[in-house]
Design a protein around this ligand. Structure first.
Ligand SMILES: [Zn+2]
Length: 428
C-alpha cells in the first residue's frame, strides 16, 4: 500500500543530494509554488493567513519571496481546529496521525497522507543509507514500542527489517535483547544509548557489534557521543528533525555539521522576524514541501540552530547547519529577562563524573531544581559545589536546589528532556 512509492522517492532523493545548487534551487522553487498554491486554495488556515497579509499565491515565485509570508507558530496550529489546518477532502482514515509528545496544553497532531508518509520515510532512509544502512540489515529502534507499526510485506521479506525495542524495559533487558538480535544498525535517543553504553562498559560486554548507530530526537553532547562511540566501537551519526515534518537534517561521515534535506523541507533561521546570516544562531523555521494533507509553511518549530555557508567536503549540495543549539522553550529565562543557554549549565553538571543523568527544572522564575542520578555517592561538599556554581552561572538570580533521585522521568514517548521550564509559554 503505497510502499513501492517509498522506494521510488528514495531513489529520487538519493539523486537529489548530488544536484547542482542551481538545480536544487529550481526544484525547491517548483515545489514551493505548488504547496503554497495548494495551501491557499485548500486550507482555511493559510487562505486566511495569506489574505490577512495581503498576499496571493502568485506573489511567491521563489524561495526569496518567502519572507512575504507570515510565520506559523505552534501555538496557532494548536489553537485552530484540525479541520481548518488540514486540506479539504482529506480522508483521515487514509492518513497517518501522530500526536506530539506535549506534556502540557492542547496536544498537537501531525497528519501525513499516504504519499507524504512514504516521502518522509524515504527522506529518513536517505540519511541512514548514506551512512551505511543496508536494505537487509537487522535494524533495531530503541523507542516507544507501543506505537510501532506492524511490519509491512517487504519487512517480512527482510527488507528494512526494523524491530522496536521498548525504552521502558530495564537497561539489562534492553542489552540482553540487543545481544540476542545482534543488529547491524541501532537507532535511539542519546540519553538511552548512554545508559546502555555504561552498562556495556561496566559489564565488559563484547557481544553487541553494530556497524551503524544513529542518534535522534534529543540534544547530543560530545561526552555522550564519545562514550557511545567507544563502547560500541563505531562512529555514531546524529540525525534531527521533528514530528511535524519528520527528518530535516543529518550528519554525513565527515561530521562537519548537518546536511539539510532542503529538497523536502526548506529550513530558515530567523531572529526577530528576519533571516539571519551564516554563523549566527536563529530560530528554525520549516516549510514542508511535500505534505499536502497538512501543509506547514514557515512553521516555527521551537529549535535553535546555526547555519553555515561552508559546503561539506563530501561534495553533496545539500547545505549545512553548523550546529543545533537547543529548543527555544528550553532556554532558561532569568527574572531579569536574560536568556541563558542550557548548554553551559549542562556542561557544568557533566563535569561531575558521578552524575549519570540529570534534569533541570525551572519551577519559578527564581527557583530551579537540578535532579540528578548518580553512579556512586556524592559528598555533600560536591553537591554544594554544583549548587553554588550553577547559581553563579545564573547570576545569583535563581535559587538552585540539587536533588538526588533514582530515576529521571521520561516524557510520554520515552524521550529525556534535560531542561524543562515550567514558566515558558510552551512546553512539549
Ligand atoms: Zn557531507
Amino acid at each position: 500500500m503505497g510502499s513501492l512509492n517509498k522506494f521510488r522517492f528514495l531513489h529520487q532523493a538519493r539523486k537529489n543530494q548530488w544536484l547542482k545548487p542551481s538545480e536544487l534551487k529550481e526544484l525547491q522553487n517548483k515545489k514551493l509554488r505548488a504547496i503554497v498554491k495548494h495551501a491557499y486554495y485548500n486550507t482555511e488556515f493559510y487562505n486566511r493567513k495569506f489574505k490577512d497579509a495581503g498576499i496571493r499565491p502568485e506573489d511567491i515565485r521563489t524561495i526569496d519571496d518567502m519572507k512575504k509570508i507570515p510565520f506559523t507558530t505552534k501555538q496557532e496550529v494548536r489553537e485552530h481546529s484540525l479541520g481548518t489546518i488540514l486540506a479539504k477532502n482529506v480522508d483521515l482514515n487514509k492518513c497517518k496521525i501522530i500526536p506530539t509528545s506535549g506534556s502540557t496544553g492542547k496536544p498537537l497532531k501531525a497528519v501525513y497522507d499516504i504519499a507524504a508518509d512514504d516521502f518522509s520515510k524515504a527522506i529518513n532512509l536517505r540519511s541512514m543509507m548514506e551512512n551505511g544502512l543496508k536494505v537487509r540489515d537487522k535494524w533495531v529502534n530503541i523507542g516507544d514500542a507501543r506505537t510501532s507499526n506492524n511490519p509491512s510485506w517487504f519487512q517480512k521479506l527482510g527488507v528494512f527489517n526494523l524491530q522496536t525495542l521498548s525504552i521502558f524495559d530495564t537497561i539489562e533487558d534492553q542489552v540482553n535483547t540487543l545481544i540476542k538480535i545482534d543488529p547491524a544498525t541501532i537507532v535511539g535517543y542519546p540519553s538511552q544509548l548512554k545508559l546502555i553504553s555504561l552498562y556495556i562498559e561496566n559489564n565488559s560486554l563484547k557481544q553487541i557489534n553494530p556497524k551503524n548507530i544513529f542518534t535522534t530526537a534529543e540534544m547530543l553532547d560530545s561526552n555522550t557521543r564519545e562514550l557511545i562511540n567507544s563502547s560500541f566501537d563505531v562512529e555514531l551519526v546524529d540525525l534531527f528533525g521533528c514530528i511535524e515534518v519528520n527528518r530535516t537534517g543529518w550528519e554525513c561521515s565527515e561530521h562537519c555539521g548537518y546536511h539539510l534535506d532542503v529538497d523536502s523541507v526548506i529550513t530558515e533561521f530567523v531572529q526577530d522576524g528576519e533571516n539571519i546570516s551564516a554563523g549566527d544562531s536563529g530560530n528554525i523555521v520549516y516549510t514542508c514541501l511535500y505534505n499536502y494533507a497538512m501543509p506547514l509553511i514557515r512553521y516555527e518549530v521551537g529549535d535553535v540552530g546555526i547555519p553555515t555557508e561552508e559546503m561539506c567536503s563530501c561534495g553533496r549540495s545539500l547545505p549545512l547547519m553548523k550546529s543545533l543549539e537547543g529548543r527555544c522553550d528550553d532556554f532558561i529565562i532569568l527574572p531579569s529577562g536574560k536568556l541563558i543557554s542550557p548548554r553551559v549549565l549542562s556542561l557544568l553538571i557533566k563535569q561531575t563524573e558521578e552524575i549519570l543523568e540529570y534534569q533541570i527544572v525551572q519551577e519559578k522564575p527564581d527557583e530551579m531544581s537540578i535532579n540528578i542520578v548518580v553512579s556512586q555517592n556524592l559528598t555533600s561538599d560536591k553537591l554544594e559545589q554544583i549548587k553554588l556554581e550553577a547559581q553563579k552561572y545564573l547570576k545569583n538570580e535563581v535559587l538552585v536546589k540539587v536533588k538526588l533521585t533514582d530515576r529521571i522521568k521520561r516524557g510520554s514517548t520515552g524521550k529525556l528532556r534535560s531542561i524543562i521550564s515550567n514558566i515558558s509559554s510552551e512546553n512539549d
